[in-house]
Design a protein around this ligand. Sequence first.
Ligand code: SER
Length: 262
Amino acid sequence: MGASDIREPNRTLISQGPYEILEVTEQERLERVVREHEIDAIYHLAAILSATGERNPQLAWHVNTLGLHNVLEVARELDLVRVFHSSSIAVFDPETPKDFTPQETILHPKTVYGITKVTGELLGDYFNKYGVDIKGVRFPGVISSVAPPGGGTTDYAVETFYEAMKNGRYTCFVEERPVLPMIYMPDGLKVTLDVMDADLSRLKNHTDFNLAGVSFSVGELASKIRKHIPDFEVSYVPDYRQEIADTWPHSIDDSAAREEWG
Ligand code: SER
């Protein structure tokens, strides 16, 4: 197993297998790396997330759509490569039912990130016709105790823990009450491996599986953290990310994923 990123690797990564510094928008080099290491599956996670995307829509469109297209082209040309694509709850929109959001529903996202994720789902399905085995899930906010948040709207759910530990206080960029869907990183990793093991010929959906973990608001999170850090204070100064959060669901119906691949 190998990994790639645009960043220099840390020691742990280097000790665990081959690592390449790779820009996903460079198709030729991507293909060279895949050939060189005889890669037979690409877990494509490189993306500009929702909040950074709204600050730089051109970059988000470029990295997210060209990046996926390059991965799919390499998979098509080399015939052997299976692909995982991470979609997102950002594909939904203000008119999508917000509670227990169904698998098949209205997708008119209002962020460039959401638009690139809908595009990715459709493009992935399209590449099925070339025999590319591509699968994907719509990730909720991913919460990790290891990876710091990286430019998403759900970053507050991770920042809250870090700020509670470091400073005992947190100024949150969304309001206290909105409830958004989240998933714990180890569960997200399990899901990623499980969907890739699913038999493609038995799936009705491919690139767009709804995925549920747990839903909560910052207010609820803060009150749980106060059980350990009683003086923890949160103030709320909503910014442009509140508007993004307002367009996303509260909870997700992932029965299609349960039924089709368990
Ligand atoms: N966590 C992502 C974001 O907030 C959602 O896919 O952008």
